[in-house]
Design a protein around this ligand. Structure first.
Ligand code: ADP
Ligand code: ASP
Ligand code: MG
Length: 404
């Protein structure tokens, strides 16, 4: 007998028929003699719809109240799934995040899980129940509901698998696994049978929404092997783990991220401490900065350009407007027209020429590069948003087909 954690995303529970389909997958697993903990997301577009409802009333609503609202989506799906499981004649118990023992910090709308105390889950399993847990939510030290950020149910599932030393952690979604690019956009995308935590972490952070990046971070930390697979077919999925068989593929994935804003600060005094002052303030407000470019100082000033998530553009503007570095500092922010396209693969660390091949593909597709950043296993470029899909297709075509 094994303990299996199964997570189902929004599209897998979008309507009554899909909920019954999930109930069948879960009860089949249980009927084979396993203990099963199920994590579910809100149905279909529920979370987006709730955000829209809030916007109609108060676009500046506090994040605390947003979390109170958004957590309701998962409450609906756990109860409906539990009812479907009851209908199939199996014992079941649904639990909200706090009932399932999720403690988080207090960063509303992007809370981090501090601890999962699975006592109640364990009790219910002891009573032979299938346990259905609301993903994406927890409780902070003030006993307030928090949410984990978009796509956070993946992290809930991995956290339970880690806390309970589960034998398997299965993330069911609407595609058959992790592909070399979004299979809905790139017809030739290839399903990967395995991928390393490090590669998956880069892909998830750089726009492949199939797994939330924090879930991968947590899986790596606690060594949870994650299986990504479809709730709609029986095809084998993708295993995310520490080591994978050596593969020839240099590039294992190409991603696009349009949630990007380019920020330029022009006229920064050319003296020590400026980068610290700027980025220290942003870090204090939990704003993640990505590609950073600083011009060589001329005369008494230099320019610093960097990217942040487009959702953080307004907050970044506010913070920078309060920075009194000099009176004639100019800040320009473009949160509308840029996108980041990246190629990821552990093999590129030891193979020269990957960047050159990627830049050639972009040149041949007539795409202009605004900024570049690299790490051992990824190359990212900032480009015009209107070119992003062409760029992904061009890079994918340059690296993937011959590897098939
Ligand atoms: P869920 O509702 O199950 O959490 P998501 O919509 O969050 O599902 O993630 C699944 C989607 O991720 C797929 O429908 C697919 O379009 C998209 N996706 C983007 N990049 C990739 C990739 N490299 N491999 C697989 N899916 C990807
Ligand atoms: N329902 C939440 C969202 O839409 C969490 C999730 O789907 O994982 O982001
Ligand atoms: Mg998701």
């Amino acid at each position: 007998m094994a303990l299996i954690v199964q997570k189902f995303g929004g599209s897998s529970v979008a309507n009554a028929e899909r909920v019954m389909n999930v109930a069948r997958i879960v009860t089949d697993t249980y009927a084979q003699g396993n203990d099963v903990v199920v994590v579910v997301s809100a149905q279909g577009d529920t979370t987006d719809d709730l955000i829209e409802k809030a916007q109609e009333i108060n676009p500046k609503a506090t994040k605390r109240e947003m979390d109170m609202l958004l957590s309701a989506g998962e409450q609906i799906s756990i109860s409906l799934l539990a009812m479907a499981i009851e209908k199939l004649g199996y014992p079941v118990c649904s639990l909200l995040g706090w009932q399932a023992g999720f403690s988080t910090n207090s960063v509303y709308s992007a809370a981090r899980i501090k601890k999962v105390n699975p006592e109640r889950i364990q009790q219910e399993i002891g009573r032979k129940k299938i346990v259905v847990v609301a993903g994406f939510q927890g409780l902070n030290k003030y006993d307030d509901i928090t949410t984990l950020g978009r796509g956070g149910s993946d992290t809930s599932a991995v956290a339970i698998a880690a806390a309970m030393h589960a034998d398997r952690c299965q993330i069911y979604t609407d595609v058959e696994g992790v592909y070399t690019a979004d299979p809905r956009k790139i017809k030739d995308a290839v399903k990967l049978s395995e991928i390393t935590y490090d590669e998956m972490l880069e892909l998830a952070t750089l726009g492949a929404q199939v797994l939330n990046n924090r879930s991968v971070e947590m899986a790596k930390k606690y060594n949870v092997i994650v299986e990504v697979l479809s709730s709609l077919t029986h095809a084998p999925g993708t295993l995310v783990k520490e080591r994978v068989k050596m593969e020839k593929m240099l590039v294992r994935g190409v991603t696009k991220d349009t949630n990007v804003a380019r920020v330029s600060i022009i006229g920064v005094p050319n003296e020590p401490g400026m980068a610290y002052k700027i980025f220290g303030k942003l870090a204090a407000e939990n704003i993640n900065v990505d590609i950073i470019l600083q011009s060589v100082g001329r005369n008494d000033t230099k320019d610093i350009t960097f990217t942040v998530a487009a959702d953080h553009a307004e907050a970044t503007k506010d913070i920078l407007s309060k920075l009194e570095l000099t009176s004639d500092l100019k800040v320009e922010i473009d949160a509308e027209n840029v996108a980041k396209v990246s190629a990821v693969g552990a093999g590129m660390e030891t193979h020269p020429g990957v960047a050159a091949k990627m830049f050639q593909a972009l040149f041949e597709a007539d795409v202009n590069i605004q900024m570049i950043s690299t790490s051992e296993i990824k190359i990212s470029v900032l480009i015009d948003k209107k070119d992003a899909d062409d760029a992904v297709a061009a890079i994918h075509a340059a690296f993937i087909p011959e590897e098939k």
